[in-house]
Design a protein around this ligand. Structure first.
Ligand code: PEP
Length: 255
């Protein structure tokens, strides 16, 4: 059964104190709701610095923590980097890999992301693998080729048992932080395409087991119609995850 997932990407926002407050506010809202399902997962992806300070709240709440990135190197003289093994030792079970901001601003290539994926899997961390096209690619109607290349070059080398631990997040770059959400039909079309490619590469069973999230200006007004699409299993949320009430509403929409 596919997991229904809502993940919040805090990016480089909030001090440690502000992060604790937001997580506490969310915990209070979540504890007022007693109905949760085993096929639903809520994830917060704060900065590395927040991960340990939020552990205690996460342990008594229904949300789990994710890193926003991991190093593509195993260990050694890579100042400023955080390895998959370090995250695993802090019991972090998820990591966003390949966010478009990292691809564009930090020049992360599909090849580098392949290394990150391998290290995450080797350390029992489930990657939330981001893919998605820039505006000019969509305007040229080549977004399917673009996304397929990202999957082919960073993900589709995995064994079938390994890829079942990957969450795919389709995040069209033109929709991230712009307020311009993809329409449910646009998102569903790409999600169906991605699931078909997983099916062709692996099997119908694996395609049916993998969660594919949509990301790009999801907010409390747009979440429900996106979640009603057959191949949209949840959302990766940026801006709206920084407002407890907004993120809570999106989390409740997935149930
Ligand atoms: C993101 O950063 O992954 C994202 C989807 O951001 P936003 O929701 O703000 O567009």
């Amino acid at each position: 059964m596919r997991q229904r997932i809502v993940a919040g990407n805090w990016k480089m926002n909030l001090t440690v104190k502000e992060g604790l407050k937001l997580a506490e506010d969310l915990q209070k809202l979540l504890s007022s709701n007693t109905i949760y399902y085993s096929d639903t997962t809520f994830i917060l992806a704060p900065s590395f610095l927040h991960l340990l300070s939020l552990k205690e709240i996460s342990d008594r709440s229904v949300f789990v923590l994710a890193a926003q990135n991991i190093s593509d190197k195993e260990k050694g003289a890579f100042t400023g980097e955080v390895s998959a093994a370090m995250l695993a030792s802090a019991e972090i079970k998820y990591a966003i890999i390949g966010h478009s901001e990292r691809r564009l601003l930090f020049h992360e290539s599909n090849e580098m992301l392949k290394s990150k994926i391998n290290l995450a899997i080797a350390n029992q961390i489930s990657p939330i693998f981001c893919c998605g096209e820039p505006l000019d690619v969509r305007e040229n109607n080549t977004e399917m080729d673009f996304v397929l290349r990202q999957l082919d070059e960073s993900l589709f080398h995995l064994e079938e048992a390994q890829i079942k631990n990957v969450i795919i997040a389709y995040e069209p770059i033109w929709a991230i932080g712009t307020g311009q959400t993809a329409t449910p039909e646009q998102a569903e079309e790409m999600h169906r395409f991605i699931r078909t490619k997983v099916e062709q590469k692996y099997s119908p069973e694996t395609a049916e087991a993998i969660s594919i999230l949509y990301g790009g200006s999801v907010n409390p007004k747009t979440a429900n119609s996106l979640f009603s699409q057959q191949n949209i299993d949840g959302a990766l949320v940026g801006g709206a995850s920084l407002v407890a009430e907004d993120f809570f509403k999106i989390m409740m929409d997935i149930i």
